[in-house]
Design a protein around this ligand. Sequence first.
Ligand SMILES: *[C@@H]1O[C@H](CO)[C@@H](O)[C@H](O)[C@H]1NC(C)=O
Ligand SMILES: *[C@@H]1O[C@H](CO)[C@@H](O)[C@H](O)[C@H]1NC(C)=O
Ligand SMILES: *[C@@H]1O[C@H](CO)[C@@H](O)[C@H](O)[C@H]1NC(C)=O
Ligand SMILES: *[C@@H]1O[C@H](CO)[C@@H](O)[C@H](O)[C@H]1NC(C)=O
Ligand SMILES: *[C@@H]1O[C@H](CO)[C@@H](O)[C@H](O)[C@H]1NC(C)=O
Length: 387
Amino acid sequence: MHLVTNAVLILALASRLVAGIVNIPLFRMNPEHQFASLSTRLRLPFLNPYKGKAEVNITNYEDVEFYGPITIGTPGQVFNVIFDTTSADFWIPSVNCPQTNMPCQSHRKYISAASKTFRHVGTMFNITYKTGNVHGYQSKDTVTVSGLSVKKQVFGEAMLQSDIFLETVADGILGMGFSSLSQMEEPTVFDNMLSQRLVRSPVFSFYLSSHKKTADGAGSVLTLGGTNPGLFTGNLTFVAVTFAQFWQFKIDWIEIPDMRESFCLEGCHAIVDSGSSLIVGPQRETDKLNRKLRGSSFNNTDMWTFNCSRVSRMSDVEFIVNGTPLTLTSEEYIIKIDDFCFSAFYGRKTFPVGADPYWVLGTTFMRAYYTVFDKGNNRIGFAKAKH
Ligand SMILES: *[C@@H]1O[C@H](CO)[C@@H](O)[C@H](O)[C@H]1NC(C)=O
Ligand SMILES: *[C@@H]1O[C@H](CO)[C@@H](O)[C@H](O)[C@H]1NC(C)=O
Ligand SMILES: *[C@@H]1O[C@H](CO)[C@@H](O)[C@H](O)[C@H]1NC(C)=O
Ligand SMILES: *[C@@H]1O[C@H](CO)[C@@H](O)[C@H](O)[C@H]1NC(C)=O
Ligand SMILES: *[C@@H]1O[C@H](CO)[C@@H](O)[C@H](O)[C@H]1NC(C)=O
């Protein structure tokens, strides 16, 4: 009986890990001119003196979801959101959603009539994620994140959400990608923080902690307007953003040093994704990697498992970024659920037409590496997270 319950729980958690919510985002080709016009458009606010820096306490739910609090309106209505680096729209459930939409009914809802600073917009939106979609209308209000109040932020009031959102603890998603990715074609909350001079530098950074190491999933931090040197050790390794839409960059290659095995030898595209858990890559590469690590398929699914008694003796995996090895130990790339040890390396079979294969470095990677998102210099920085 206990075993059956465990199997069901494990499969549920494993499928959540795989599905993510914004996991494996839609990917587009990268015309150079878009990059140029975006950085020109963003230059102006960077010349302004910034007022400050703020920290958001992030909660780690079972290592599968990271979210933090915000308020909307005056007086502030509190919500939890996923600060997602692979999307650029912001939405929250609406109090006007139909009784029949369970994802909406099971989360906190925004009540525009209760806010003195609410402004009507009304334009419809329909955001498509890889695993579902969200439909509703746009509104405008004050949005406050850790004391920084953005005025006149346009966001979505969600009327209909796919069932996948029944599984999120967070109420909504707040995109931290580049505004060019916005399906509503509106500036992100962070871009408005820059243009309203609420933060002193066009940089935000994530420190993600393991839920097993802290009480109640507490201890993770999003810093807006800079970095927090107390949360990482050693130097930051910076790499250029190759296309300012996703936080996209190039990995030189990947290797298992003590086996002299290499992957993605000609370099590969990668994006950093705070909204999904796993490390996703082209399946041919991840299968080879998992096989070399002596994994086996979990009950004929695409998840790979390892014998837990071997984990402490397993090889490191290195991502070479701008010439610097970023190392993941087995303790970091293996996800333990009960007595099972899953590999965080997960294969994707197909990629959108016209897009090169790419890797998605989810929160498993970000827990090991403090990650700095620098819009001023269009670069990403990694340093070993302090734990
Ligand atoms: C393995 O898969 C079968 C068929 O999908 C399922 O009935 C069984 O519960 C699974 N076992 C475990 C341990 O998950
Ligand atoms: C964040 O958490 C720390 C430690 O628990 C606490 O001292 C601080 O007040 C929290 N900050 C906010 C903005 O909630
Ligand atoms: C939103 O877009 C998706 C995908 O294009 C579509 O399946 C869905 O019907 C649309 N929803 C609404 C309400 O327009
Ligand atoms: C960090 O960079 C400085 C200056 O380049 C260098 O002297 C130092 O050795 C580096 N520290 C580490 C831990 O790599
Ligand atoms: C895992 O490894 C241990 C020790 O090497 C062995 O006794 C055990 O049978 C293995 N478990 C499985 C499920 O293969």
